[in-house]
Every structure is written in structure tokens, then in C-alpha cells.
Design a binder for this molecule. Structure first.
Ligand SMILES: Nc1nc2c(ncn2[C@@H]2O[C@H](COP(=O)(O)OP(=O)(O)OP(=O)(O)O)[C@@H](O)[C@H]2O)c(=O)[nH]1
Ligand SMILES: [Mg+2]
Length: 329
């Protein structure tokens, strides 16, 4: 199951207590203080592990506690350090503080690590201070994890537009394809290739008007195309489900804008799908072109593999351009 959010209760280890002790002479009289300091409590880290792909494990386990620092003893012996806790998370996880909502980290790269809670310092022994001290409490906090997939391209469109068909044609991914809405229930990634240029495409569940307020499967999957650089906006020209392509295109863009300005401003490759159905599609395409005269519209048939090369080359062209612009900065 693809789970893309989790709430974790983290508690770092407390520091061990310092020791109150004295060296004694042969008669048993107190000489120099020799109490050691307590060990440091264990820290809690979150680390990107490329073998982890969802936040599913955290549905079953939510509380994580690092080891407590050992108490000190006489003869200046320091307590042992508490064991750190390393929590493995998928690449693309955003970490937020539950109480404040503030973003603490956005972990993208393999091995990238975030110190979420610091272990308490051990109390000093009486060899360092007059009185031995207690160990500090370890930090504790509740964090929210949100997975945002890392893909270069996102495919958006109404249910049944043919998004999964397109992905299955241009990548090795095998999403479920069916003639009923909301066949895709969770995002799927595939790798497409144009010449020697590879890029990752994300197929997401269909969107409908009102998705931003939870209609259909809602807009929660838009999070997974937030990191993409280009969107392929797929439009069903066959008018199945009594769709009106011109309205579809406008409404979906409106939904994007209601979700986030950044998403609405992403460059789009517009693909007019199901052109194989003949006259109805031709008439729809004509109306569509007339409504959006300045837009470049690529007619395709995802099912029959027509026009897909053009969609990919247009997409890769924009991707390369955005990469070059990034390098210049
Ligand atoms: N005639 C025709 N049918 C197509 C084409 N592309 C997809 N379809 C059909 O349209 C239906 C929906 O296709 P999907 O690829 O599952 O559509 P989707 O956009 O992923 O749908 P959701 O996952 O429900 O959002 C299926 O019956 C496909 O066979 C096309 O180019 N031509
Ligand atoms: Mg689908």
C-alpha cells in the first residue's frame, strides 16, 4: 500500500546522572572527589534509505525512543552513551513539526540525515563540580512526515483521460488501465527515455472539479507532482462521460491554481488524447484549438501509440531548458 504521510512521536535519550563519590584513604576517610559524569543520551536521526519507498511502516509503529545515557560511577568512570536511533525514510520526505507546522527538513538525497531530537547531556560528577548533577532530559517532539515523490514530469487529467495508458506506453511501468473513473488510486512512477536523456514520469489519480475541497479522490495526490518541472495535461477528446474538453482544460487549471500558484505556473505540454476515435475527436480538437489559439496542442492516441514521440520530445525539450536555466543560476 502506498502511504504518504505519518505522525511520529520521538523522544531522545536522557543523559545519565553524575556520580557523587570520594577516593578514600586506608582509614576510610574521604579524600579527593572522584565521581564521573553521566553518559550522553542517544539522538534520533531520520535518514534517507533508497530501499524505503513509502511511509507504510509508520502506520504500525509511531513511537521511537533513543537509549538513555548510563549513570556514572566512582573512580571517574563516565557513564556509557545512550544508543542513537536511526529511522529510515524514503527520499522526498518533508519533515514538519506537529505543534508549529514549521518545516524542519526536506530530505531528497540518498543517505541525507536529519537530527530530529538531541539526547540529553549527562550530569557532571563531583570530580568536576561540587555536587554531582542529574542528566538532562532528551529532546522530545512530534513530527509529521509527508512524502512528495521525486519525478521530473507529472501527468494530470480527468479520470479516464488515458493517463495510465500513456505511462504504460512510454515507460516500463504497468499501471492498471480500465474504462471506469479513479482506476488509479495511488501515484506510479515510470522512467521515459528520449535519446540518451532519461526522466521520471508520475501518473497520478484523476482530478475533478472541486478536487481542492476533497471531491473525487481530492487533491492530495497533487503533492506528488509538486516537485516536477513539467506537467503533461492530458485531455480526452472522445467526449466519453459527456466530457467537454475545453471546459475540462479550464477547470483543471483552475483546480491547480486553487491548490498552489507554483503548480499552476509549471509549464504544460497539452496532449489531446483518443484521437483514434474519429469524427467526434476531430470535431472536439477543432473546437479546442479555436478556444486556445496560442497554445501548442499535440494530438495523440495513447492506446495506439500515435503522437507519443512528439509528446516526449516536447517534454524533454522543456526539461532540458529548465535544467540549463538552473545551472546558470
Ligand atoms: N480509444 C481510446 N481509448 C483510450 C485511449 N487512451 C486510453 N483509452 C481508454 O480510456 C480508458 C481509461 O484509460 P486509463 O489509462 O485507465 O485512464 P486514466 O486517465 O489513467 O484514468 P484514472 O486512473 O481513472 O484517472 C481505458 O478504457 C483506456 O483503454 C486512446 O488513446 N484511445
Ligand atoms: Mg489511471
Amino acid at each position: 500500500m502506498f502511504i504518504d504521510n505519518a505522525k511520529l512521536d520521538l523522544k531522545a535519550g536522557g543523559g545519565g546522572d553524575g556520580c557523587n563519590s570520594f577516593e578514600r584513604d586506608q582509614a576510610g576517610r574521604k579524600q579527593r572527589p572522584d565521581g564521573g559524569s553521566g553518559g550522553k543520551g542517544g539522538d534520533i536521526f531520520l535518514k534517507v534509505d533508497t530501499n524505503v519507498h513509502t511511509l507504510l511502516d509508520f502506520q504500525y509503529r509511531r513511537i521511537f525512543t533513543a537509549g538513555r545515557g548510563g549513570h556514572a560511577s566512582s573512580n571517574n568512570k563516565t557513564g556509557a552513551s545512550g544508543t542513537d536511533y536511526l529511522i529510515n525514510i524514503p527520499a522526498g520526505t518533508v519533515i514538519k513539526d506537529f505543534k508549529t507546522g514549521r518545516q524542519l527538513a526536506d530530505l531528497l538525497n540518498p543517505g541525507q540525515t536529519f537530527l530530529a531530537c538531541k539526547g540529553g547531556i549527562g550530569g557532571s560528577g563531583n570530580s568536576r563540580h561540587r555536587e554531582a548533577g542529574k542528566g538532562e532530559e532528551g529532546e522530545g517532539r512530534i513530527v509529521l512526515l509527508e512524502l512528495k515523490l521525486i519525478a521530473d514530469v507529472g501527468i494530470i487529467g480527468y479520470p479516464n483521460a488515458g493517463k495510465s495508458t500513456l505511462v504504460s506506453r512510454v515507460t516500463k511501468a504497468h499501471p492498471k488501465i480500465a474504462g471506469y473513473p479513479f482506476t488509479t488510486k495511488e501515484p506510479i512512477l515510470g522512467v521515459a527515455r528520449v535519446g540518451d536523456f532519461d526522466f521520471v514520469i508520475a501518473d497520478i489519480p484523476g482530478l475533478i472539479e472541486g478536487a481542492h475541497s476533497g471531491k473525487g479522490l481530492g487533491d492530495k495526490f497533487l503533492r506528488h507532482v509538486e516537485r516536477t518541472k513539467v506537467l503533461i495535461h492530458l485531455i480526452d477528446m472522445a467526449g466519453i462521460d459527456q466530457r467537454n474538453p475545453v471546459e475540462d482544460y479550464k477547470r483543471l487549471n483552475k483546480e491547480l491554481g486553487l491548490y498552489s500558484k507554483a503548480l499552476a505556473e509549471k509549464p504544460q505540454v497539452i496532449a489531446a488524447n483518443k484521437m483514434d476515435v474519429g469524427k467526434t475527436a476531430e470535431a472536439s480538437l477543432k473546437r479546442f484549438k479555436a478556444a486556445f489559439k496560442k497554445k501548442k496542442i499535440i494530438p495523440i492516441s495513447a492506446k495506439q501509440g500515435e503522437g507519443l514521440k512528439k509528446v516526449l520530445s516536447e517534454t524533454s525539450k522543456i526539461l532540458r531548458r529548465t535544467q540549463e536555466e538552473c545551472c546558470k543560476e
